[in-house]
Write a protein that binds this ligand. Sequence first.
Ligand SMILES: Cc1cc2nc3c(=O)[nH]c(=O)nc-3n(C[C@H](O)[C@H](O)[C@H](O)COP(=O)(O)OP(=O)(O)OC[C@H]3O[C@@H](n4cnc5c(N)ncnc54)[C@H](O)[C@@H]3O)c2cc1C
Length: 637
Amino acid sequence: MPLDSQVPEGPLQQKWDRHRFELKLVNPANKRKYEIIVVGTGLAGASASATLAELGYHVKTFCIQDSPRRAHSIAAQGGINAAKNYQGDGDSIWRLFYDTIKGGDFRSREANVYRLAQVSVEIIDQCVAQGVPFARDYGGLLANRSFGGAQVSRTFYARGQTGQQLLLGAYSALMRQIGMGQVRMFPRREMLDLVLVDGCARGIVVRNLITGAIESHSAHAVVLATGGYGNAYFLSTNGMNSNVSAIWRAYKQGAFFAHPSFVQIHPTCIPVHGDYQSKLTLMSESLRNDGRVWVPKKAGDTRPPEEIPESERDYYLEEKYPSFGNLVPRDVASRNAKQQCDQGKGVGPTGYAVYLDLRDAIRRDGVDAIRKKYGNLFQMYERITDDNPYKTPMMIYPAIHYTMGGLWVDYNLMSTIPGLFVLGEANFSDHGANRLGASALMQGLADGYFIIPYTIGGYLASATLNPVDEHHTAFGESVKRANDITEKLLSIKGKRTVSDFHRELGHILWEHCGMSRNESGMRKAKELIPALREAFWKDVNVPGASADFNQSLERAGRVADFLEFAELLVEDALSRKESCGCHFNEIYQTADHEALRDDEACCYVAAWEFTGQGEAPRLHKEPLTFENVGLTQRSYK
Ligand SMILES: Cc1cc2nc3c(=O)[nH]c(=O)nc-3n(C[C@H](O)[C@H](O)[C@H](O)COP(=O)(O)OP(=O)(O)OC[C@H]3O[C@@H](n4cnc5c(N)ncnc54)[C@H](O)[C@@H]3O)c2cc1C
């Protein structure tokens, strides 16, 4: 099946306008005839639900948490990009587009990225109107800071709580619609299956996480905004509930999965400190605006940082990348930290850490100024490590953070299943092989507030959809599939816990398909994962019952999906015979140890098709063409 990206003809700058004009419209009075399911209430899902309801559609919204406002988006710290150019420092829609394409190592679609840069400007206006308390400068204009991969300041922020404040904005818009009866909210529900009728997405089957009841919900279209799958690695900066299940089960119904191996490693996380950790905490990239990254010049130097004189410190990012310094993009900063630690220059008890030091900024600007900018981040670091970052440098190390892969979508954000739309981190679009800081929030809100409201109308206005309700046989089949998995999990009664399997899977992925990859490691992972999966289905212990509140059962279902998905992730990494962005295959590197792309052979989106349980997935390639930016070796020097 050829992948049709539906990218409109015409000059880049006019594509979105032209498309919006050409899309068929649903008459305002007819919108109330349509029901739309939105799964997920992070920034992408909450903004989509609120806007679709505002337009007049009936919306049913689902999330795992007890309240929509507890979605994982709440954790985002640093900020959201937009090409407003308030400072007059040279920013523009074109520059944001260019930085994002280049930052993603030329593995994303030009037309999507340009549209993202265009609507970024509207996002800020929308959020300000909702009352999001962005930081402001002395003249009252919104303040900006810079983020990795950019030489301009375009990141809007609300201290270190930008995700939380943006989510409160989207949440209040959603609550308004819930109050008006236009959105029906279903918290504490987990989507277990997607329901297809006549090949189109027509509903979902969910588990009520409080009672254990399995419920069916029908609609005219389904929108998945279920976030990223970084937790496949067990330790990550993601919320504990983040998972792959909704998109994985849609994949098994026919939605193609694109770029599963493009997982982002964030350079500034609190390092691993023990075996029984379940999460790694991110220290926002914004700290690299004022913080300087360094290690001792001499390998094996165990002196405390304050005893290491200036002349014996290696500010390796500033040395190697004088133009960007500490603000190089995440993949570059992560790889360099690993190289320093591999050379024995890592610090801290494990040797797997580098310093992020704000000493000079504190001396220059004063403690109060630094506290104003980053106070809550410093507080968080101190609570976790018991070290005071105002006095001693933070210790950081890279960790899994964000997933650029996800379900393949066309320009309309529709998957290969008609009527199934995918938004935010759950889709693959826009970031290519590496995401620049502060652009996930931008993409989630662009998708939800400004793209899906147009494109879903185009679909509904042109599709022929027969009446379908929850009594349709397709729902019965899906419920059976969901119940079968549950019963199987509960019947094993083995000896190992779900977490135990999850931790082992994470270890395999991090070791063999993490920050840097090589062929033999990936082949090893391809052997280890099926063996672990087999062990899981023989020996996992899931206590309790199905018709009850049972968090072990919830986690077991998610880990079962991670165990299947992990194999696709490795398969995808193995099939890409180049290094790009965060996908760093050791065979393909420049003399400077930077990622070496193969634009001749690998300028494509890898989209995988499920061909049956136990069967090899089929690879489809969407060629990527660059008509507006030249493909160049990324350089931040
Ligand atoms: C610590 C941290 C800091 C970050 N900081 C920034 C930043 O400063 N700037 C930036 O741009 N990005 C940042 N990011 C990335 C950004 O926060 C995420 O990419 C973004 O919030 C994802 O939003 P989303 O709406 O796609 O998904 P999420 O916010 O993850 O929401 C997923 C939703 O789906 C629901 N869900 C999932 N599975 C199911 C299921 N099976 N059934 C029902 N519901 C389901 C969940 O309940 C939830 O409501 C950060 C990420 C982390 C981890």
